[in-house]
Design a protein around this ligand. Structure first.
Ligand SMILES: Nc1ncnc2c1ncn2[C@@H]1O[C@H](COP(=O)(O)OP(=O)(O)O)[C@@H](O)[C@H]1O
Ligand SMILES: [Mg+2]
Length: 302
């Protein structure tokens, strides 16, 4: 358990994650109110990493459900292992014949088999998917429902139900209620708007690109040995690049890649030449290369 907002900050930093004051506060509130956190924000600002860091801090397993279009309950919650059930019926043919040997009609035979169907709809044939794994875990876990905006609205509606009572009913097995509520983190890259109902159920957190000081701190921690002067210039330049009209703005991992590339190439200053040589670490779209080139004088000033 986290003891306070300060404790969240301290322990997250120990895992290599630099939380803003707002992030630490929301993580603490989420723990105390047992509400899920819905994190929105552009790609690469540390949404997924935040959930991982919480799991490390709490020394809990993190169970991750990666969302995508077409994701349904059978991939998210549970599925019967049909192939295995079929294999067992094949191998048990003799036994099944014994069971129905005293029946005269087809209807009687079906009834007799139905008497035994719980043998085939038991935990042995249940394929547990991430949501069921999180609910049925003996120990508390962190449940990361990543990129929930990529799933379909029907799936979101199903999630809502799950997030309100933390239990699922499997018709053949009964209701399984969570032994302890998982710490739930949902992330969204704003592909589509999440419903008001989902937002209501969660504590909302918007993570934007970090401010200059936070990004410097992240770089200092992730790239030990980087010169303070280069670090400042890298972060300032990236902040200016983010103001340009780009298809994809550089995120924190791209700042890290860029700083690393500059160090490997022993560039201790940010010149036009240094930027052009390493631009592929910052921009991932051809059109963006052109935009950066056109603004190079403004970008490297100071
Ligand atoms: N606050 C932070 N402190 C430390 N590293 C961070 C932070 N935010 C982002 N990062 C770095 O950025 C990378 C990308 O973050 P990630 O969580 O994958 O982004 P998202 O899920 O938002 O797309 C991480 O691997 C991590 O190295
Ligand atoms: Mg992510």
């Amino acid at each position: 358990m986290f003891q306070s907002v300060k404790d969240v900050q301290k322990r997250m930093e120990e895992t290599g994650y630099i939380p803003s004051r707002e992030i630490s506060t929301i993580v603490y509130l989420a723990q105390e109110t047992q509400k899920p956190i819905l994190i929105e924000g552009p790609a690469g600002v540390g949404k997924t990493e935040l959930a991982k860091s919480i799991a490390v801090c709490l020394e809990q397993e993190m169970i991750r459900l990666q969302c995508y279009e077409g994701l349904d309950e059978s991939k998210a919650l549970y599925e019967w292992a049909y192939a295995k059930q079929l294999l067992y019926t094949q191998m048990l043919k003799g036994k099944i014949n014994d069971v129905i040997s005293n029946t005269a009609t087809l209807a009687e035979a079906v009834d007799e088999i139905a008497e035994h169907d719980d043998a085939f709809f038991s935990h042995r044939f249940l394929q547990t998917r991430p949501l069921l794994a999180a609910i049925s875990s003996e120990d508390p876990v962190v449940l990361l429902i990543d990129e929930v905006d990529k799933s379909d609205p029907e799936f979101e509606a199903f999630l809502l139900e799950l997030l309100s009572d933390f239990q699922v009913t499997i018709p053949e097995l009964g209701t399984i209620a969570a032994k302890s509520r998982p710490f739930v983190v949902l992330t969204s890259n704003n592909y589509r708007d999440m419903s008001d109902a989902l937002k209501r159920r969660c504590i909302h957190l918007y993570i934007d690109y970090p401010d200059i000081e936070t990004e410097k701190e992240i770089l200092r921690m992730k790239i030990p040995g980087i010169q303070e002067r280069l670090l400042s210039k890298v972060v300032d330049t990236v902040a200016r690049i983010r103001e340009l009209d780009l298809k994809k703005k550089p995120c924190i991992s791209e700042t890290l890649d860029w700083a690393n590339a500059l160090m490997i190439l022993q560039q201790d200053d940010i010149t036009e030449d240094a930027v052009f040589k390493t631009l592929n670490t910052l921009c991932k779209h051809r059109a963006d290369y052109g935009v950066v080139r056109a603004n190079i004088v403004h970008l490297i000033k100071g």
